[in-house]
Design a protein around this ligand. Sequence first.
Ligand SMILES: Nc1ncnc2c1ncn2[C@@H]1O[C@H](COP(=O)(O)OP(=O)(O)O)[C@@H](O)[C@H]1O
Ligand SMILES: [Mg+2]
Length: 434
Amino acid sequence: MAGVITSVKDIVVRARFDDDPPSVNELIQVDNGHGSQLLVDHLEPGGIAFCLNVRSDLRIAKGMPVERTHKGIEIPIGEPTIGRILSALGDPLDGQPPVEGESTLKKDIMKLPPRSDNFTVAKPEILETGIKVIDFFTPFVKGRKIGIIGGAGVGKTVLTMELINNIAQSGSGLSFFSGIGERIREGHELYETLKENDLLKNTCMFFAQMNENPVQRSLIGISATAGAEYFRDEQKKDILFFADNMFRYIQAKNELATILDQVPNEGGYEPTIFSDVKILQDRLSSNENGSITSVQTIYVPADDISDPAVQFIQHEMDSIIVLSRKVAEQGIRPAVDLNLTSSSLLTPEVVGDRHYLLSIQVQALLQKYNSLKGIIAIIGENELSPADRSDYNKAKKLIENFSQNMNVMTKHTGVEGKFFTREETLKSIEEIIV
Ligand SMILES: Nc1ncnc2c1ncn2[C@@H]1O[C@H](COP(=O)(O)OP(=O)(O)O)[C@@H](O)[C@H]1O
Ligand SMILES: [Mg+2]
């Protein structure tokens, strides 16, 4: 009935089952007296299961017997997970006891919720973020996805924290945070920020930072999503889902593909990159029970936005906020590149006529500004016609107007953060351009 471990190489463990081989994504138990477990990645002929040592458990060795569990990775879900920090396997990372006990519900993280066919998208509902540049260019619409794209250190995490803070303050719904492959201390900082602002009672956190092995980093977004699905489907809640950083999910998948000797695709990425992105993004969606609104940061390797992984993830977003080093160097915060930032939700139906018409005027002014900048570099500002000079100055004011201090930075900078209602934002823009 059972199998035996035939080789251990790094975190890849091969086990042979003479009959009744396990299924893909099943956990198998190692009979080493410690309850060690392995996750089946794929099967090969001859009853060979290629398994991943999910916890990098060093007590697993060749020759040990293994047994099927007939179960996948199950994590605790529901009320007791609120305010907690869990790993991809549902283990506590906050120094508190495990979420367990008779009444604890468990969910297989790979199990897809039933498909809903008769779901019609409700009238778009805009959530105010208090951040002018977002509320104006990339409206935060319930049930939709915003991607925050940029290279290292341009402000993706700070902007995400500010969004968590501002939206959670308004008391709407439950937030999920998934820390994927980023700096270890960032989890601690998030926890402290949420605690200071009394937001832990509305947040579930999942972390697999860069210190964790690629199996956990590749699973953490899925585990967090499984947790969010429970609240959406069983408790009919609206969920806010934050992931920092979605690029690291693909990076972890890549590392696994390398360890498993899989042949990369022509873009140099793991062969199943497309479906890996798609499966997770499709689960981060709304249905007749409730909504999942997500904010996902996307790291851009070497500041190259045409990277295939960046492109794949970007295509799943409704809005894209691009942060750039060039803008940051001008002292503008958040360092949003207004020329590359875009949203499919900036329509009269979603934002209304006033906002929409204003956005067209603003975009025209910004385009003119870009071409005038080139001219000024050659002939100087004084040579511009009065009309051009006026537009140039308006655009400059607009760009400055989209800069604002963040609440989550106050304790570092000593400068108070600001929250602008959408009405205030629209008004400030109208005052500049009319
Ligand atoms: N809105 C902001 N206001 C002030 N400082 C900022 C802001 N955004 C970023 N920074 C500074 O830049 C650093 C890097 O930002 P971070 O969000 O961690 O970058 P990323 O996540 O894109 O790598 C922060 O530690 C902070 O010092
Ligand atoms: Mg970051």
